[in-house]
Design a protein around this ligand. Structure first.
Ligand code: WQD
Length: 353
């Protein structure tokens, strides 16, 4: 049984990273964060400390931050080296750092392969040097060929259709090769996210995309807050119950807790190489999401129908039975709670951090 005390979180100031850092510390882990801050704000780390203090968990605050990119291998080595020298050896890594815009990845595949894949290769080679052989990787449902309309299991056909998805799949394949190079040593868990939305109920941390968001939930919140635009619904002629696309929206806190469960699993099992879906197993259409957001937050959202968006699939919903079975993880929160907590964050932080 390997002990895991200190966890390095790459991309730890970001949306999913910051929520995961909070739950790591709440569970008593020491946390070290690497982030380039190109897509996030270091303020999220201060806010995490504020929540712990508010919850009378000041003694659980153990958080070191290093600004830098995984593309700078010397920087990554320095972070591991200093942790070791301080008697705080990094025992495991949760790897979020990466660019995640499908649209941007199509326009600039070089940037995505350089940042997402070379960065991962640098990270894992330094991990190996410092005998840190447990990694939870932030993968994505976008790697699936989602053209069927059943629940998507981990055995579903893999078929990314954009450079972003290709880099996620490439990292999974790379990590599988690393595992196979020394099965006794390596623990690898790829968590494939469906659609994370919402925010921590405190409203102190949340999604704070730099620039114009591509994903529907931050767009809905901007439109609801500014009250001057209308949401474009991309297509109403899809083969679904109301003609709009169906997705598996999952509360960000449920998603973050899935990472803690993955670490707990690796404490018990030295050698592993798993791919696991993190979704609720329930589908919500765009029109349903609009209605639930309106009803929950007692407001009206203007929307209009436009043509389909390239690359969209009609239905992308998880079969999450493996996560329940292997990680003993069950998502708890409803779409309404996602809408309530997301809106609470937006009202308290209209311009993000
Ligand atoms: C959701 C639905 C749109 C915007 C993406 C990434 C995926 C993952 C989750 C990282 C779709 C519709 C959207 C709008 C709309 N991220 N929509 N009007 O495309 O399911 O997945 O985020 O891993 O990798 O691809 O999420 O939020 O962009 O879209 O009608 O203005 O909302 O058509 O059906 P998606 P999304």
């Amino acid at each position: 049984m390997k002990s895991i005390r200190t966890v390095l979180v790459t991309g730890g100031t970001g949306y999913i990273g910051s929520h995961t850092c909070f739950y790591l510390m709440e569970q008593g882990y020491k946390v070290i964060v690497i982030d380039s801050l190109v897509n996030s704000s270091v303020k999220s780390l201060e806010r995490i400390k504020d929540i712990l203090k508010k919850n009378n968990n000041r003694d659980l605050i153990s958080l070191e931050f290093f600004e830098g990119s995984l593309n700078n291998k010397e920087f990554v080595d320095y972070v591991f080296h200093q942790a070791l020298n301080k008697g705080n050896k990094i025992d495991a890594v949760i790897h979020f750092a990466g660019f995640k815009s499908v649209k941007e990845s199509v326009q600039n595949p070089y940037l995505y392969w350089q940042n997402n894949v070379i960065g991962t290769i640098n990270l894992v080679s330094v991990m190996n040097k410092y005998i840190c052989n447990k990694i939870v990787f932030s993968s994505s449902a976008t790697i699936y060929n989602a053209n069927n309309i059943d629940l998507i299991s981990e055995k579903n056909e893999i078929g990314p259709i954009n450079p972003y998805g290709n880099t996620k799949r490439a990292n999974e394949i790379f990590l599988s090769d690393i595992y196979k190079s020394d099965k006794q040593k390596w623990g690898v868990i790829n968590l494939r996210y469906f659609n994370p939305i919402g925010a921590h109920p405190s409203g102190l941390i949340g999604e704070s995309p730099k620039g114009i968001p591509n994903n529907i939930f931050p767009i809905i919140m901007n439109i609801a807050f500014e009250k001057k635009q209308s949401l474009e619904v991309f297509g109403k002629d899809w083969p679904t119950k109301d003609g709009t696309c169906i997705r598996d929206y999952i509360h960000i806190t449920d998603l973050a807790k899935g990472h803690i469960k993955a670490l707990e699993f690796m404490k018990k099992k030295d050698s592993t190489n798993l791919c696991i879906n993190l979704g609720t197993g329930k589908g919500t259409s765009v029109l349903e999401l609009i209605r639930i957001f309106e009803d929950t937050n007692k407001l009206k959202l203007n929307y209009n129908f436009s043509s389909r968006r390239d690359g969209d699939a009609p239905i992308v919903v998880a079969d999450n039975s493996l996560a329940k079975k292997i990680l003993n993880w069950v998502p708890e929160k409803s779409i309404s709670e996602m809408c309530k907590d997301g809106w609470n964050w937006k009202l308290k932080n209209p311009n993000g951090y």
